[in-house]
Design a protein. Structure first.
Length: 323
């Protein structure tokens, strides 16, 4: 299990990972991208940006890097960084399949990605991932499983995933939407030859959207590594968009709203890895201060008042523009 490497790591930031969704493609649904990335969103500019982030993250103790087939050229950028650093052998590399990037390196495409959890898509995208990451791939996840996903019932797909697991690649899944808890519990029931198929789950969890928490605790208890994505709620928990309660706690701690929001997630006993979606080295440095934020019971209780209804949260997320 590759995440055993993180269990033995001693750096304060080893349980913070770097997700490449925001820098592997020119458009993404995160607030503030015009400020963060500027006008130059060329392949060369974002490759350089990704390499800078990976360099800074590794230097500061981050040991999990997360990509996906639908994150534009994220796998390509990650692969070229790894090739330039052959001595880096203590990181865990995860990617995801199930969405195809369709924006053609544009920020105003009608559709940025298309979802398909079929066996044929797995076979095609696994070959594409292998061509870039090869033996460096530790974890391959089904991208955004929902309760009605055919990936939960396709026995032929399960067999192929189990074959990959037998060859040393951990198999996981990610979730999205207001029914994340249902999807997690359904996935926990998936077995091949009597053995659980999935070893990790990656879900959205943050101060505004906590509905998956009981199911994530169950997954942790069942032995899965829990990876938390969108801990910053697509920029809604970062200055200048952060709600007043978060701003107040951040001021008390002397850290940024982003660090406090990530620290809240890190405080969950079931959270194995929490992803930073930083688009700049400065954002990354601020995010990593989450490892030293002190959240006492009073601060945690005040932050807990920010929780929104899951349906309302996901409706608002769906209205965020790709920029």
């Amino acid at each position: 299990m590759p995440f055993a490497r993180l269990a033995s790591a001693t750096t304060p930031t080893c349980h913070i990972g770097l997700g490449l969704a925001a820098v592997g493609r020119p458009g993404y649904l995160t607030l503030g991208r015009d400020r963060d990335l500027g006008e130059d969103r060329s392949v060369e500019a974002l490759r350089e940006r990704t390499h800078e982030l990976l360099e800074a993250a590794y230097a500061q103790g981050v040991r999990y890097f997360d990509a996906a087939r639908s994150y534009g050229r994220s796998e390509e950028f990650l692969a070229s960084w790894l090739q330039a650093h052959p001595a880096v052998n203590d990181v865990v590399i995860g990617s995801k399949w199930g969405y195809t990037y369709t924006a053609g390196w544009s920020t105003d495409a009608e559709r940025h990605e298309v979802k398909d959890h079929s066996l044929a898509t797995y076979e095609r995208q696994r070959a594409e991932t292998d061509a870039l990451l090869g033996r460096r791939l530790d974890l391959y996840q089904i991208h955004s499983v929902t309760p009605d996903s055919p990936a939960l019932t396709d026995k032929d797909l399960h067999a192929r995933l189990a074959e990959a697991a037998g060859q040393g690649v951990s198999v996981g899944f990610s979730t999205s939407g207001p029914a994340q808890a249902d999807a997690i519990r359904a996935a926990l029931e998936v077995t091949v030859d009597g053995n659980p198929l999935f070893r990790t789950v990656q879900s959205t969890y943050n101060l505004l959207e906590t509905s998956a928490e009981p199911a994530l605790a169950e997954a942790h208890a069942a032995g899965l590594t829990v990876i938390v994505k969108e801990a910053m709620a697509n920029g809604r928990l970062a200055a200048p968009h952060a709600p007043d309660a978060l701003r107040a706690v951040a001021q008390e701690t002397g850290q940024g709203c982003d660090a406090v929001a990530l620290a809240f997630v890190l405080s969950r006993p079931w959270a194995g890895v929490v992803l930073s979606g930083a688009a700049t080295v400065g954002q990354l440095a601020s995010n990593l201060h989450a490892a030293v934020v002190d959240l006492d019971d009073d601060r945690l209780s005040r932050l807990a008042t920010l929780t929104e209804d899951p349906a309302a949260y996901w409706e608002r997320r769906g209205q965020l523009p790709w920029r």
